[in-house]
Design a protein. Structure first.
Length: 416
């Protein structure tokens, strides 16, 4: 799925983690832990990939787990369930507020995928994702779109909607964590852990998948079927949700890598809706997106995980890569993939200067912790100094990682 310097096959801990994933979906009894592994290392690896809740059903009756690890694992699964319950309740409040303000909305990503799992504790969620908009029916096609006769009108509608959404969320006790220029969402948070990402679009304009999702409402359907009603709950078909799930996974792989939770999501979704999914439609749409081979590789790997192997050399490399990436990929892999995408610039000798410009650009390079600082007009001139300080602190804490990035930038791909 990605040419990667994260090389090698599965180590014993990774192999056992995949065995537990297989048991979670098959209901089989987990075999004994290999002597070369510890239960703490397996639990930590599960947490790095956001799947301890999924694996809890595989390990909760294993007597050899130390009490402290068993307690931590149970607490993690219970917290995932508690968060899911509170997210569901809060999502209903947010959606009702959007509907009262005249917005149409579609719940997307995590909450939809979580519904395909057997139990609430099996699928963790960091955020609730909702597509929102002031929409209308396109008189020429009957499909929905953002309200407005022209592209400029629709852009104005989106801008007004963003202001209204911030007001709504502020009244519900949320603050803006992140709102970047040209981003397709606004990230809101409320203590202790409630987090919403409200999207006016499904893909950024520089995404290779943008044209397919340019009108995010094209495939939306009114949930209650009320003719002419353009506020309240909408939904995508099971097939379109799955297409978006695969596309979003491809986006992560392209940007910074992605972990094995995406395999669990694909397994859970396709198993839950085996008899309902029109795979001919799915494959046709994925072909339009250029993701048909990607999805087939993903599904083949997922099937091998459920069967608990055997894995060929390519599968071992792919699984090792995904587990090493963690849930959302790594900063190191994001850096490497970005440079690969700039290979043409490298041939002309411009990549180094391009990366330096990016390093000092608040809009492109700023980490979340520094974005509020960087976006304040009077403080923007200080941002380069903050970036240098951050780089030096990382160089002191992780000198080999920073040296590897510099070597990669200057000399190209090397071993990890």
């Amino acid at each position: 799925m990605s040419s990667s310097p994260i090389r090698g096959g599965l180590n014993p801990a990774e192999r056992y983690l995949i065995h537990l994933v297989s048991c979670a979906f098959s209901g089989a009894t987990a075999r004994d832990l290999p002597d070369s592994c510890t239960w703490r290392s397996i639990f930590d690896l599960a947490c790095q990939n956001s799947i301890p809740g999924l694996l809890y059903s595989s390990i909760k009756h294993v007597s050899s787990i130390p009490d402290d690890v068993a307690s931590a694992w149970a607490a993690s699964a219970n917290m995932t369930m508690l968060r899911a319950v509170q997210f569901e309740a809060e999502r209903a409040v947010v959606c009702e507020s959007l509907a009262r303000a005249g917005f149409g909305y579609v719940v997307i990503k995590g909450p939809v995928v979580a519904g395909a799992y057997d139990a609430m504790e099996q699928r963790s969620m960091a955020d609730n994702d909702i597509l929102y908009g002031i929409i209308e029916a396109d008189p020429s096609s009957g499909e929905y779109r953002v309200a407005g006769m022209t592209e400029r009108d629709r852009r104005c509608t989106i801008e007004r909607s963003q202001v209204t959404v911030q007001k709504i969320m502020g009244e519900l006790g949320y603050t803006v964590v992140e709102q970047l220029p040209d981003a397709c969402d606004i990230h809101f948070a409320k203590p202790p852990f409630l987090s919403f990402e409200l999207h006016h679009a499904l893909m950024e304009i520089d995404s290779p998948f943008y044209s397919y999702y340019a009108n995010p409402w094209r495939r939306a359907r009114k949930t209650d079927g009320t003719p002419g009603d353009v506020s309240g709950e909408f939904h995508f078909s099971l097939e379109d949700h799955y297409v978006y799930l695969v596309t979003h996974a491809a986006k992560h792989f392209r940007r910074s890598g992605a972990g094995i939770r995406i395999l669990a999501d694909v397994i859970a979704y396709r198993r839950a809706y085996t008899h309902e999914l029109d795979m001919e439609y799915v494959h046709r749409e994925l072909a339009v997106l250029g993701l048909l081979d990607f999805e087939r590789e993903l599904w083949s790997l997922a099937c091998a995980v459920v069967a608990d192997g055997p894995f060929d050399e390519d599968a071992e490399r792919a699984l090792h890569y995904m587990i090493a990436c963690g849930t959302y990929g790594t900063e190191d892999e994001q850096f490497r993939l970005r440079l690969l995408r700039k290979s043409d610039e490298a041939k002309s000798g411009n990549m180094l200067f391009s990366e330096i410009r990016r390093f000092f650009s608040p809009e492109e390079a700023c980490p979340r912790s520094l974005r509020p600082f960087a976006q304040r007009g009077l403080l923007r001139p200080l941002f380069p100094f903050a970036r240098i300080a951050m780089f030096l602190s990382k160089a002191i804490a992780h000198p080999h990682e920073q040296l590897r990035k510099i070597r990669y930038l200057l000399f190209g791909q090397g071993e990890r």
